[in-house]
Design a protein around this ligand. Structure first.
Ligand SMILES: Cc1ncc(COP(=O)(O)O)c(C=O)c1O
Length: 447
């Protein structure tokens, strides 16, 4: 596969899985915990731009982006260059022992691209879950309170605390309890409104329910933190209405609780703005959590927040051996620059996907809802548009058909009935068209 020559009409090869992948899958079965699942049973040899090539020479279009990580495609040359250059200087030193420039330059960059000027100071970690864990630490330390809240349909990670914050039980929580104490409030899932409110005037009334919960005697004066994804990712790309977050942030202020935006999946240009919360400009938040797409495909995550919150814990209370690894900092800085340069492209992707997915909804009855923003789009599938009974079987069948035809997409959703797509912000138009053609033909076979 010639690097850099992956635009335009892609010649796909889709005899999947091939013999080498089958052989490697046997090794996986023998030596790797079965609990680590895979969405597409092929082993990769190379990936560049929006195209994968597997060990058998199959070529497929990537609309999974490593679960919303490779926001500017696989191995962008600017990021690879930064990684190589840093790796040649030094690898691990540990910022807490002998600091290095990349960490503080990334802190400086994060402050400059935050949607709010008061989000000023950062700390860096390895995974998204680790950043969410630390968000809880910052919030409890600063507020002196303990209760943590998140939304129904949320996903915040797989560690014990983040599992407690995560809403979906199976497969994430099953058998792993008891989990730390944490509480849920309803999310603005308008397609399945938990309060039967009328869209779009529902945003404020929906948020007001949070006020009711925080005001209950067992929570009054005890809420340290509400953490929320601007768009619920794993929950099914659920986009709340315009009025929701401004009201949520007011309610948090009223209760002296911190509000943290988990931008792990929605950040770094994914929705057409650097941060998804910019779509709710009137909302305030105290902390912004980043990982995935912000990190140049390397493991790095961050919490960026108000100075007084970020400076509150004692020295040594926050950190970690590998947090803000120098190679990851270099990759993140390079990635953010590429995202900044290409943000304006996202509208094209969004317009095209809206058009094609809307046409598919008109054609295929199981597509109950089309949702998303920017380069983050999903289809919620139902057995019947009236009853909205979830159709997880169709979502799985469409994903598998698409895979056989050369398109890697993922499923998600509280009910497993959502097909989701995270194309690279740089996906060429022809590749996007090819991907949508494959998706449409996969629906023709299964819907
Ligand atoms: C919104 C959100 N928060 C947290 C996480 C956890 O991140 P990680 O898998 O890097 O721990 C994810 C991962 O999918 C996520 O989408």
């Amino acid at each position: 596969m010639s690097k850099g020559n992956l635009g335009n009409k892609v010649k796909l090869k889709t005899d999947v899985p091939g013999p080498k992948s089958i052989e490697l899958m046997k090794l996986k079965e023998q030596y790797i915990s079965k609990s680590v699942g895979v969405a597409a049973p092929i082993f990769m040899n190379e990936a560049s731009g929006s195209i994968f090539e597997d060990v058998d020479g199959n070529r497929l279009i990537d609309m999974a982006s490593g679960i919303g990580v490779n926001n500017v495609g696989n191995a962008p040359k600017e990021v690879v260059k930064a990684i190589k250059s840093q790796a040649e200087k030094f690898l691990h030193l540990c910022f807490m022992v002998t600091p290095y420039e990349g960490y503080v330059r990334l802190g400086e960059k994060m402050a400059s691209i935050m949607p709010k000027p008061y989000l000023k100071k950062s700390a860096f970690f390895n995974s998204g879950a680790e950043a969410v864990e630390n968000t809880v630490k910052f919030a409890r330390h600063y507020t002196g309170k303990t209760a943590t809240f998140s939304f129904q349909h949320s996903f915040h990670g797989r560690t014990q605390m983040t599992l407690a914050l995560t809403a979906k039980d199976a497969p994430y929580k099953t058998g792993f309890g008891p989990l730390p104490e944490s509480y849920k409030v309803e999310f603005a899932y308008c397609y399945r409104c938990p309060f039967k409110l009328d869209y779009p005037s529902c945003g404020v009334a929906c948020a007001d329910k949070i006020d009711e919960v925080f005001s209950q005697p067992q929570f009054r004066g005890k809420v340290a933190l509400l953490v929320g994804e601007p768009i619920a990712g794993e929950g099914g790309f659920i986009v709340p209405p315009k009025e929701f977050y401004p009201k949520v942030s007011k309610i948090c202020k009223k209760h002296n609780a911190l509000f943290a935006a988990d931008e792990i999946q929605t950040g770094a240009g994914r929705t057409g703005k650097m941060w998804c919360m910019e779509h709710w400009p009137e909302a305030d938040y105290d902390l912004l959590i980043s990982a995935k797409g912000a990190g140049g495909s390397m493991p790095i995550s961050g919490v960026t927040g108000r100075e007084e919150i970020m400076d509150k814990p004692q020295i040594g209370g926050i950190g970690g051996t590998f947090g803000g690894h120098p190679v990851s900092c270099a990759a993140a800085l390079a990635q953010i620059a590429v995202v900044e340069k290409n943000l304006s492209r996202v509208k094209k992707i969004s317009d095209y996907m809206t058009k094609r997915l809307g046409e598919m909804q008109n054609k295929f009855d199981p597509i109950g809802d089309v949702r998303g923003m920017g380069a983050m789009w999903a289809l919620e599938l139902v057995k019947d548009r009236g009853t909205k009974e979830p159709a997880a079987d169709i979502a799985k069948a469409v994903k598998e058909s698409a895979f056989k035809k050369g398109l890697v997409i993922l499923t998600c959703g509280t009910y497993g009935n959502v097909v989701r797509m995270h194309p690279s912000l740089l996906m060429p138009e022809e590749t996007m068209e090819q991907a949508m053609d494959i998706l449409e033909s996969s629906f023709s076979e299964n819907a």
